[in-house]
Ligand binder design. Structure first.
Ligand code: NAD
Ligand code: TDX
Length: 351
C-alpha cells in the first residue's frame, strides 16, 4: 500500500515517514514544500530506501498536487503539512490561512477528484487522514478534559486555521462521501522538533547558557505525547478508524510549563557535569505572556483506546530525558538551523 504523507519533512510528519518506511516497510510519497520548518535531514534514516519518494510541492498548488496523485496513485493520504507555530500565527496569520485553510481545501478537493476515478473496491479502501490539534477546542480551566464532542472554540490564529481545516475535512466526508478520518492531538515532543517550540527552545537555550523564556508565570498546562507514539496512533487510525469519525489522541501527561522547564534543567545538570551554567534552573526568566495564551489543554483519549486498541508507550519523564539527550547528541541536525533561526522572541504581535 502506497501512502501519500504531506508535511513529511517536518517534526511529526518525519516521525510518520520513519515509522511507515523504516518500521513497517511501506511505500511512501513525502509531499513537502520545505518551508523553514521542513528538512530532509529528518528522514535521512530512511532516505536510501526505494520505498520512499519525495515531491517538493506546495499543498496550495492544485496542478502540482494533481500531478502527484496521478504519478503515484496512493491508496491513502496522511495530511500533516501545516504552519504549526502559535507564536508565528500571532505575527503573520496570513500564511496560516493560505496553508492550513486553502492548502487543506486543495488537498481534499484534489483527493476527491482522484478518489472518484478509482474502482469501487479501491474507493472503499481509500482513506484521507486529516491530522489536527486539540487547540481547536480552545482552553480548559483547572478541571475537565477535551472529548471528541467538545465545542470548537479556537483562540489563536493557528487554532482558528486548523479549526477551519477540520470543518472542511468533515464537510468533504459528509457532502461528497470522501472517506475522511480526523484526529486531534495534544502537544508532541521528541527528536527533530524545530527549536521554536517550547521544549527544544529551552534545551538549546540552556546548552548555550542563554535565558530560558518562560511565558507568564509558567503555570499553563500542556498534555504531552511523544512523537513516536503519535506516529503509531496515526497509523492505527488510518488502518482501523471509521470514515467520518474523529479521534482524540493524548498522552495523559499533563504538566505545568515551569515543571517541564525545571525537569529539562535537572536533566542537563546531570548530563553536563562540568557546565558553568549549572544549576541550569538559574537561567529561567519569566517573560511577557503570549497574547491570548490558552491556560490548559488535556485530552480524553479513551475513544481511541476503547475502539481501536491504541495506547501510548512512552512515559513522559523517560521520553523527556531521552529528548534532552537527543539534542545534545545531534548538534549536526540543529546547528545548521541556528544559522537561519536565532531563537528570538516571536508572537508578541509586533511583527
Ligand atoms: P512542523 O512545522 O514541524 O512541520 C510542518 C511541515 O509541513 C514542514 O515540513 C513544512 O515544510 C511543511 N509545510 C508547511 N507548509 C506547507 C505547504 N504549503 N505545502 C507543503 N508542505 C508544507 O509541524 P508539526 O509539529 O510536525 O505538525 C504537523 C501537523 O500536526 C500539523 O498539521 C499540526 O497542526 C499538527 N499537530 C501538531 C502538534 C504538535 O505538538 N507539534 C500537535 C497536534 C497536531
Ligand atoms: O519560549 C517559550 N516559552 C514558553 O513558556 C515557548 C515557545 C512556549 N512557551 C509556552 C507556551 C505554551 O504554554 O510553552 C507552552 C508550549 O508552547 P509551544 O511549544 O509553542 O506549543 P503550543 O502553543 O502549546 O502548541 C503546540 O501544541 C499543539 C504546537 O506548536 C501546535 O502545533 C500543536 O497543535
Amino acid at each position: 500500500m502506497k501512502i501519500l504523507v504531506t508535511g513529511g519533512a517536518g517534526f511529526i510528519g518525519s516521525a510518520v515517514v520513519r515509522h511507515l518506511v523504516g518500521d513497517l516497510g511501506m511505500s511512501v510519497v513525502n509531499l513537502d514544500k520545505l518551508t523553514y520548518a521542513g528538512g530532509l535531514e529528518s528522514v535521512a534514516a530512511v532516505s536510501d530506501s526505494d520505498a520512499l519518494a519525495f515531491e517538493q510541492v506546495d499543498i496550495s498548488d492544485r496542478a502540482a498536487v494533481e500531478r502527484v496523485f496521478a504519478d503515484h496513485a496512493p491508496k491513502a493520504v496522511m495530511h500533516l503539512a501545516a504552519e504549526s507555530h502559535v507564536d508565528r500565527s500571532i505575527d503573520c496569520p496570513s500564511a496560516f490561512v493560505e496553508t492550513n485553510v486553502n492548502g487543506t481545501f486543495t488537498m481534499l478537493d484534489t483527493a476527491l477528484a482522484y478518489w472518484r476515478g478509482l474502482s469501487f473496491k479501491a474507493q472503499k479502501e481509500f482513506r484521507f487522514l486529516h491530522v489536527s490539534t486539540d487547540e481547536v477546542y480552545g482552553a480548559l480551566g483547572g478541571e475537565g478534559l477535551f472529548t471528541e464532542d467538545s465545542q470548537y472554540r479556537p483562540s489563536s490564529p493557528y487554532a482558528a486555521s486548523k479549526a477551519a481545516a477540520d470543518h472542511f475535512a468533515r464537510a468533504w466526508h459528509h457532502t461528497y462521501g470522501l472517506p475522511v478520518v480526523v484526529t486531534n492531538c495534544s502537544n508532541n515532543y521528541g527528536p527533530y522538533q524545530f527549536p521554536e517550540k517550547m521544549i527544544p527552545t529551552m534545551v538549546l537555550a540552556a546548552i548555550a547558557g542563554d535565558r530560558l523564556p518562560v511565558y507568564g508565570d509558567g503555570s499553563n498546562v500542556r498534555d504531552w505525547l511523544h512523537v513516536e507514539d503519535h506516529a503509531e496512533a496515526l497509523y492505527t487510525v488510518l488502518t482501523k478508524g471509521r470514515p467520518g469519525e474523529v479521534y482524540n489522541i493524548g498522552g495523559d501527561n499533563e504538566r505545568r510549563n515551569l515543571e517541564v522547564v525545571e525537569a529539562i534543567c535537572a536533566e542537563l545538570d546531570q548530563l553536563l557535569l562540568n557546565s558553568k551554567n549549572k544549576p541550569h534552573r538559574n537561567l529561567i526568566e519569566f517573560v511577557t505572556d503570549r497574547p491570548g495564551h490558552d491556560f490548559r489543554y488535556a485530552i480524553d483519549g479513551s475513544k481511541l483506546e476503547r475502539e481501536l486498541g491504541w495506547s501510548a508507550k512512552w512515559k513522559f519523564e523517560k521520553g523527556l530525558a531521552e529528548t534532552v539527550r537527543w539534542y545534545l547528541e545531534n548538534r549536526d541536525w540543529w546547528e545548521p538551523i541556528q544559522k537561519i533561526y536565532s531563537r528570538g522572541r516571536q508572537g508578541l504581535g509586533n511583527a
